[in-house]
Design a protein around this ligand. Structure first.
Ligand code: UT7
Length: 349
């Protein structure tokens, strides 16, 4: 059985910086509220028309591929994680394959929101382990700024999210480096609707009430996307932030401790924890709970906001570029989010 290593890593953040004060133009909020509750000072927004979730993923992928010392034509599988794809379908994987002029390789899209990159890494790891593929590109990319409610009504969500992309190239590990030690994935769909974007969708209000017994063909269309939905802002994400927060601070430590126990390791052995950048207060809670020092945890939500599937690879890339992760270091990646889904990846760099 092969082991999997990260052979190259890259990130892309759009150049437009949006500060908390910039958001005051659109909604009733304050720099003080946002920093106090989330730690966020600013975030990046993609260019409205020239940049998409896929094009940002391509920019991150170019760097990861170059750092791995290979070319786009060497990639033999793509896993693309996002919650804001360019199209409802097809997914971003094929758009990236086209944009990077790759061979007719497989392209898989992962829809696991904040834990999307962890899920994507885990899937790719299995393909490397079995020997099926040798160079897998794993991407997490998000263009949230295109789909947020920028009125006061949507302020609890819109101030949090930012745009960006991260990517890694996975290869079989060499030189005795064990690479990825374990991946653990979990879900609990009991509260699927408390952090969700309902429309457009095929639920026909089955889960969210107002189920209609009889309807005609025209009404089916209306239930997918209607003027009423837009008027009621039902085409924007919904979040019960406090409930998400409460679950996150339990599941983050749990899944990290699960990984450490399985590998006979302790929290003191972690050189760098890269938590999904959901909220600085959640990361601080996890750090405190696991008794980790400041130098054992990397956070950059202050600059980029919550970039969901992109947050872990962006933070990992930035920490590595700053020399905070060195060869042989024990690195733990962990994420929790909508679904709920959560997971961890423990690896030797
Ligand atoms: O990555 C995906 C997973 N997501 C998460 O992990 C998010 C977890 N949850 C959170 O991070 C926090 O719940 C939030 C940062 C989203 C919200 O913080 P909170 O302390 O839970 O605030 P809240 O939603 O309970 O709202 C408290 C008050 C409300 O006003 P009233 O009813 O007390 O008068 C809100 O209307 O804060 C108000 N509020 C705001 N005020 C200024 C909500 N959003 C804002 C805002 N600016 N942007």
């Amino acid at each position: 059985m092969n082991r999997t290593k990260i052979a190259g890593i890259g990130m892309y953040l759009p150049s437009r910086v949006v500060t908390n004060n910039d958001l005051l133009k659109y909604m009733d909020t304050s720099d003080e509220w946002i920093q106090e509750r989330t730690g966020i000072r600013e975030r990046r927004y993609a260019h409205r028309t020239n940049e998409t979730t896929t094009t940002m993923g391509v920019e991150a992928a170019k760097i990861a591929i170059e750092r791995a010392g290979i070319t786009p034509q060497d990639i033999d599988f793509i896993v693309f994680a996002t919650l804001c794809p360019d199209y409802y379908f097809p997914g971003c994987g094929v758009l990236l394959q086209r944009a990077m002029k790759m061979k007719e390789i497989g392209a898989l899209d992962v829809r696991n929101q904040c834990s999307g990159f962890i899920y994507a890494l885990s899937v790719a790891d299995q393909f490397i382990k079995t020997g099926m593929y040798k160079n897998i590109l794993v991407v997490g990319s998000e263009k949230h700024s295109f789909g947020l409610d920028f009125t006061t009504r949507g302020r609890n969500i819109s101030v949090i999210f930012g745009d960006g992309a991260g990517a890694v190239v996975l290869q079989p590990a060499t030189n005795g480096n064990p690479g990825i030690l374990s991946t653990y994935l979990h879900s609990d769909g009991e509260a699927a609707e408390i952090l969700a974007m309902y429309n457009p969708g095929t639920h026909a209000n089955h889960w969210v009430g107002q189920k209609l017994a009889d309807f005609n063909e025209a009404e089916i269309g209306d239930m997918f996307m209607s003027h009423e939905m837009i008027d009621k802002a039902q085409n924007f994400p919904f979040m019960d932030g406090q409930s998400v927060f409460k679950k996150a601070v339990v599941k983050f430590p749990e899944v990290i401790l699960e990984a450490l126990a399985a590998n006979n390791l302790q929290t003191a052995d972690i050189n760098m924890l890269i938590p999904h950048q959901a909220n600085l207060r959640i990361s601080q809670f996890v750090q405190h709970k696991l008794k980790l020092r400041d130098d054992q945890v990397y956070n950059n939500i202050q600059k980029y906001g919550n970039t969901t599937a992109a947050s872990v690879p962006v933070a990992l890339c930035e920490a590595w570029e700053q020399g905070k992760i060195k060869e042989g270091d024990l690195v733990c990646l962990a994420a929790f989010g909508s679904g709920f889904t959560w997971g961890s990846v423990l690896l030797r760099w």
